[in-house]
Every structure is written in structure tokens, then in C-alpha cells.
Design a protein around this ligand. Structure first.
Ligand code: F6R
Length: 254
């Protein structure tokens, strides 16, 4: 079931999404949590850090698997997703470094790296809760619009719109990597629970198309309509505006 929650503000999105993830970890202290980068999860990560600091939540036995990493960036590059995760979450909680997993952007053989990453997720027992954002073009992870849904981890050519969107973090557009390693849609769909965070006016049309439009690999997030488990979609008022106008009955107010 897809639950669409009006969290009103960016802070509200962080608070609701952090509670969803915290409940999974409290219920299973050795949970495998699937994580995302980007702007949308920042308030949620801040809330998770608060929960750790207050003693409400421990990550001691948690394993993390991130959705994606840029091909060609080392883990300590300040725009790598490994760096982002350490800066915004891992450095502030008690997760063990050996339990942290991301694709290796500097792998010599990307095909082998994709296999390795899928094997890591499988050996961990699959993902208990997967955090997702959504790209302006409907991507989840770095699974870009395509003519198929990738099953496992793949090397993806980033589209111009994604390179444009991500260039805000780099000194210039030509420094943005053009490829990334991304967890597959099949793996995302196998997660036991999904929490999605969506913020800002710029996402209002695409999230409505993804959750209510045609299911097509041209809008990768639309596959979530076929997800069997529970998805909690946390949006601020801006991101929710189109859904609220067209499908007010689908929105849960809190
Ligand atoms: C990041 C990821 C992407 C982002 C998406 C939205 O790990 O998997 O799918 O979730 O690009 O990014 P923001 O939140 O920056 O708008």
C-alpha cells in the first residue's frame, strides 16, 4: 500500500521519515537499511542523528547499503556519495564502518563491481527498509528513464537532466561524472518496506506522474505502483501540490 503523507515542511518530512526508519530499526536492531543521498534526505538524517544522540536509537548492529555511487570518484572525494553519507550520517552515529556498504566508484571492472554489490546485499539478507528520493526525470537510485527496468546493480549513463541537476554540487558542469553505479530496480522492489522523501515544487509533477500515471520505465519510479509491501511517501506542501489538487482523497494529513 502506498501511503502519501502531507508532512507540510522539509523539517516535517525529515521527522516523519526518520520515525518510519527508526521503527524498523527498533523492531530489528540488525536491520539492513538502504540509504540515499541528495538534498531530500538531509532533514531525515539530522533527525536520525538526534535520535542516536538522545539514546533513542542505536545503529550498532545495523548494516547500510546505499543506492548509488558516481563512477570515477574515490570514496574520499568530497562529491562522492560515500563522503556525503559519512558527513551527514555515519560520522555522527554508532554504525560500524565494516557494516557500511556503497558501490566502489573506483572499481577497475564495473561489471564485477555490480555483481559484488548485489552479492553483498543478498548476503546481508536483503533490504529491510529502503529510503528513496526521486529525480526530476523520475529516476530512483540512478536508474534513469530507459526502455527497461534494470534488475540488479548496473553501470548507468547519466542523462543530461541529471547531470544538470547534480552540477549544483560541483565547481563546473564538466566535473560532474557522466556515469554511476546504481542498485537495480529489482533490488529496490525486493526491499521489505520503502520510505520516500520528496521536497519542493520542482518535484510536484513527477511524483504525481510516478504514483498515478502509467507504469513505464520512462518514469522509473512508476514501478513503485506495483510494489507489494508498504511505501510511505513523505512530502512537503510544495511537492504535494499536484497530487493534492488531482487526488485529494489519496493524501493522509497529520
Ligand atoms: C541519490 C539518489 C537519487 C536522488 C534523487 C533526488 O542517492 O538515489 O535518486 O534521490 O536524484 O535528489 P535530490 O534529493 O537531491 O533532489
Amino acid at each position: 500500500m502506498i501511503k502519501i503523507i502531507n508532512c507540510k515542511t522539509e523539517a516535517g518530512v525529515g521527522a516523519v521519515a526518520a520515525n518510519v526508519m527508526a521503527d524498523v530499526i527498533k523492531g530489528k536492531p540488525s536491520a539492513v537499511i538502504g540509504l540515499a543521498t541528495g538534498s531530500s534526505p538531509l532533514t531525515m538524517y539530522a533527525e536520525l542523528v538526534k535520535k542516536y544522540e538522545s539514546g533513542e536509537l542505536s545503529f550498532e548492529n545495523v548494516t547500510s547499503v546505499n543506492l548509488d555511487e558516481y563512477a570515477g570518484l574515490s570514496a574520499d572525494h568530497d562529491q562522492s556519495y560515500s563522503y556525503f553519507m559519512h558527513k551527514n550520517l555515519f560520522n555522527h552515529i554508532n554504525i560500524k564502518e565494516e557494516n557500511v556498504n556503497l558501490p566502489n566508484g573506483l572499481a577497475k571492472d564495473f561489471a564485477e563491481e555490480c555483481k559484488r554489490y548485489d552479492a553483498v546485499i543478498e548476503a546481508a539478507g536483503g533490504v529491510d527498509i529502503q529510503l528513496l528520493g526521486i529525480g526530476n526525470n523520475g529516476h530512483i537510485g540512478f536508474n534513469e528513464p530507459a526502455d527497461y527496468f534494470p534488475k540488479g546493480t548496473s553501470l548507468i549513463d547519466l542523462t543530461d537532466s541529471t547531470i544538470d541537476a547534480n552540477s549544483r554540487f560541483f565547481a563546473s558542469r564538466d566535473l560532474v561524472p557522466t556515469q554511476a553505479l546504481s542498485m537495480g530496480i529489482g533490488t529496490i522492489m525486493s526491499a521489505k518496506k520503502i520510505v520516500m522523501v520528496v521536497i519542493g515544487k520542482g518535484k510536484a509533477d513527477i511524483i504525481e506522474a510516478a504514483l498515478f500515471g502509467k507504469v513505464t520505465p520512462e518514469v522509473p519510479a512508476s514501478i513503485l505502483q506495483f510494489y507489494k509491501g508498504d511505501i510511505v511517501v513523505c512530502l512537503d506542501e510544495d511537492a504535494l501540490s499536484v497530487i493534492k489538487a488531482k487526488h485529494p482523497e489519496a493524501v493522509t494529513e497529520i
